[in-house]
Design a protein around this ligand. Structure first.
Ligand SMILES: *Cc1c(COP(=O)(O)O)cnc(C)c1O
Length: 416
């Protein structure tokens, strides 16, 4: 896609596009919150309902995709998107649940080494999970939670400041939890760099990839990070409440000694149905599974991963950079001082999303957001004062980016 190319990507026609009252497609720039439905999702879900209807329990072991191996159907797609080996990833649960399960294994406070570094602006669920884990160990979150804020007057965190904070915490640091892409600002972090710093300090490090997976290319294996978690209803288009994912680095694949909150689905599939008492852990990330997977919330993910497999993330990323840059120039052409771009300006330091702050603070920002909605532009509003818009290369177009620019101009005039 060049900057002038108006042709919709070849995958747009394979998504259901929400429409306005007149039946015209809305400009859906909210894939960072809930990705659109791949048309094939309906088919895959229907196939599983049909298997259930026709086969009952037999569908566990027969039919087109036996349920007993269902999570395994996702493995190759997840591995490609996470930049991981197949046995390093698993589809299970939801993001925050996976975060708890992996913190249970990787947050092992000992003596003075008990602090957890997170960003001060972390997504509330991540902060709740970390604070709860600290308390679960009988420790004080007030003392053990180490929250790093951007420098005064800045919105973005500088990587050298994160490294310095890790260095300062030194051997009091047990774990770092960091986003791959920050949900509010859209800032993308150098995962390998932060991992290097954490490991040098002797701390474990995990990443929340909610806004990174399917958005930016990842190389989780090579980064050396201990673990990562994600959801698949954002850029992965797997539908509301869809099954989440997790990565556990290969070096932990056979750590039977590691404490974990086990369940029968983490038992090696070869021995799982012997119903024995011994926990013979499946190697790799699969060993962290607890329950049998929700088939109906995994099925749409298969439809979506099929599209990612055809489109290939490096090519999508190139297109994404073009779209987001075009959106950035629309924003730069707005009347001076009306809108501030909060997201980084370098393509390498952001994903698809741009976050904006509107002059006149929160109240006007909310009104401008509503005025955009009235013009058919679907972005979202995040308290206290951020408007998020994300053109998604699988289904958005440059023409939509220009329409969004025009709508922003009108909305700013309409809401003085
Ligand atoms: C979307 C998102 C979540 C959502 O958590 P669920 O457990 O899937 O409800 C958590 N953390 C971050 C950073 C997110 O962006």
């Amino acid at each position: 896609m060049s900057d002038r190319d108006d042709s919709p990507g070849r995958f747009r026609s394979r998504f259901a596009l929400p429409r306005d009252a007149a039946g015209e497609p809305l400009v859906y720039f909210c894939g960072h919150s809930l990705g659109l439905m791949p048309l094939a999702a309906r088919e895959v879900v229907t196939e599983e309902l049909d298997s259930w209807a026709a086969l009952g329990i037999e569908a566990q072991f027969s039919g087109r995709r036996p349920w007993v191996e269902y999570a395994g159907q996702v493995t190759a797609g997840f591995a490609a998107l996470a930049g991981a080996q197949a046995h390093e990833v698993v589809a299970m649960n939801a993001l925050t649940v996976n975060l708890h399960l992996l913190l249970a294994s990787f947050y092992r406070p000992r003596g003075e080494r008990r602090r957890v570094l997170i960003e001060a602006g972390a997504f509330p669920s991540d902060r709740h999970a970390v604070a709860a884990q600290i308390a679960w160990h009988g420790l004080d979150p007030g003392e053990c939670l180490f929250e790093l804020a951007p420098r005064g007057g800045e919105d973005l965190l500088r990587e050298e400041d994160i490294e310095a904070a890790i260095g300062r915490a030194g051997d009091t640091l047990a774990l770092v939890l960091w986003p791959g892409v920050q949900y509010l600002t859209g800032q993308a972090f150098d995962i390998a760099r932060l991992t290097g710093a954490a490991r040098q300090a002797g701390a474990a490090i995990g990443f929340d990839l909610a806004h990174a997976i399917g958005n930016v290319p990842l190389a989780m294996h090579d980064s050396g990070a201990d673990f990562a978690v994600w959801c698949s209803y954002k850029y992965l288009n797997a539908g509301p409440g869809a099954i989440g994912g997790a990565f556990v680095h290969e070096r932990h694949a056979r750590r039977a000694d590691m404490p974990r909150l086990s369940g029968w689905w983490g038992v090696d599939p070869d021995t799982r149905f012997r119903m024995a008492h011994g926990f013979e852990c499946a190697p790799g990330a699969a060993g962290w599974q607890v329950s049998n997977p929700p088939i109906l919330s995994t099925a749409p993910l298969l439809a979506s991963l099929q599209l990612f497999g055809e489109a290939r993330l490096p090519l999508l990323r190139q297109q994404s950079i073009v779209l987001t840059r075009a959106l950035e120039s629309e924003i730069d052409r707005l009347p001076t001082g009306e809108v501030t771009l909060v997201s980084p300006r370098e393509a390498s330091a952001r994903g698809a999303q741009l976050s904006l702050r509107v002059r006149g603070a929160r109240d006007r920002g909310r009104r401008v957001h509503a005025a955009l909605g009235a013009r058919g532009i679907v972005g979202d509003w995040r308290e206290p004062d951020i408007l998020r818009i994300a053109p998604v290369p699988l289904y958005n177009t440059l023409a939509e980016v220009r329409r969004c620019g025009q709508a922003l101009r009108e909305a700013l005039v309409a809401e003085p």
